[in-house]
Ligand binder design. Structure first.
Ligand SMILES: [Zn+2]
Length: 407
């Protein structure tokens, strides 16, 4: 999304609220904002607000009044828990892990040379139990060649690369042929998958300047030869379709996620909305049954595991990665553990969150322990899934080994 935040909020009709309510109460609002902001709404007596906030409890159960925390901003709120409960430290995963969702992080560390960052990363991988990392380079051409040199020539047994899709001149008649040719070239250099292919509403080029009829979504006929070639080469496609559903909800008092995630908010944008985007998926899966698709981030349906299960039941070529959806499985641990057991052949492990040792270990604690009320990346806390060994083994490595055609 290239729109600036202010335009976007204006379009969404929530500037008044965002400037005053979420960005700061009266004391903090700028002069300019003060002039344009209508009086703050008194939400605490709004029937819908009460229902969403308290459910059947109907209210806080004690008298409500102004207090010393009234100026604390939502974005700053970080309650320190008083729960005294077991804290399991799991330094290393129970089985050697294949992480199938990473990006070119060593090239993004400021003040450190990429080669040094890479060496440091491999050391961390050893410590936390990552056997292999799959880099979704999103790259083609010389960019991809650089990735081959960087990862495969230095650590061929620790990294695998996915390449991107050609995105130049998608409107030219030779596009389908060009895209296939480039895929074959990257495969020859070592690409063992394609990804991540992203469509958050503007097609796979992500260009918001394209008119709706100029965009290329994943079920576009121009991509058919490309998906067929993936099947022929037996390489999977990592697909990022839509985004978390909250991204299409207004950034107001009912917004599910915290202010820091609102940079991904697309409410009121001109892209294809969430529900429409998800309609592309079954069409694509049915049309290309021989191609393996791994929808990352639990297909952005981790909030509705029943719907996700139905999709898995209907499409044997459909797989998931769990990356960056710690906050979905961690808030519904019993349902998620059941889901991961039932579809234990269909979900792969991935992180998508950088190279930090603590991040990996937080995943092990979430998936392996029975700890409760753990800090997480959202305003809610996480609960351990305590996955059994057979489920962990498939999630951590066996499904990846089956799918990834590394020979
Ligand atoms: Zn990613």
């Amino acid at each position: 999304m290239k729109k600036n935040r202010r335009d976007f909020l204006k379009n969404a009709g929530v500037l008044g609220f965002a400037a005053a309510g979420m960005g700061g109460l009266e004391g903090c609002a700028s002069k300019e904002a003060e002039n344009t902001v209508p009086a703050l709404k008194e939400w605490t007596s709004d029937p819908e607000w009460l229902k969403v906030k308290y459910g059947a409890w109907s209210g806080p159960g004690v008298p409500v009044g102004p207090g010393p925390m009234d100026d604390v901003l939502v974005k700053d709120y970080a309650p320190r828990s008083s729960v005294i409960a077991p804290e399991t430290f799991i330094p290393k995963a129970k089985f050697p892990v294949i992480d199938i969702h990473l990006h070119h992080y060593p090239g993004q560390v400021e003040g450190t040379r990429p080669k040094e960052a890479l060496a440091e990363w491999v050391k961390t991988m050893d410590e936390v139990g990552i056997e292999k990392s799959v880099i979704l380079t999103v790259a083609t051409g010389s960019q991809f060649d650089m990735m081959v040199d960087f990862y495969l020539n230095s650590h061929p047994d620790r990294f695998q690369l996915f390449c991107g899709i050609e995105k130049k001149d998608i409107d030219k008649p030779d596009f389908p042929e060009r895209a296939v040719k480039e895929l074959e070239r990257c495969y020859g250099l070592g690409a063992r998958g394609v990804g991540e292919v992203t469509d958050k509403g503007y097609g796979i080029t992500g260009d918001p300047r394209l008119a709706p009829n100029e965009r290329m979504h994943i079920d576009d006929v121009r991509l058919d030869p490309f998906w067929r070639k993936c099947a022929e080469l037996r390489i999977p496609v990592n697909l990022h379709l839509a985004d978390h559903p909250s991204s299409w909800q207004p950034p107001d008092v009912f917004q599910e996620r915290t202010p820091i995630f609102q940079q991904f908010n697309q409410f009121g944008s001109e892209g294809v909305p969430y529900d429409k985007l998800l309609e592309y998926l079954p069409r694509l899966l049915a049309k290309h049954r021989d191609t393996t698709f791994i929808a990352c981030h639990l297909a952005n349906l981790g909030n509705d595991l029943q719907r996700l299960g139905k999709l898995l039941d209907a499409h044997p070529n459909f797989f998931l990665d769990i990356s960056a959806r710690d906050y979905e499985v961690g808030r519904q641990p019993r349902a998620a553990a059941k889901f991961l057991a039932r579809y234990s052949d269909r979900v792969l492990f991935g992180t998508d969150m950088g190279m930090d040792k603590g991040m990996y270990q937080a995943w092990w604690r979430l998936l392996e322990s029975a700890d409760e009320h753990m800090p997480g990346r959202s305003w809610w806390r996480y609960y351990g899934l305590e996955l059994p060994e057979d489920v962990l083994l498939k999630l951590y490595r066996e499904n990846a080994l089956k799918l990834l055609n590394w020979s």
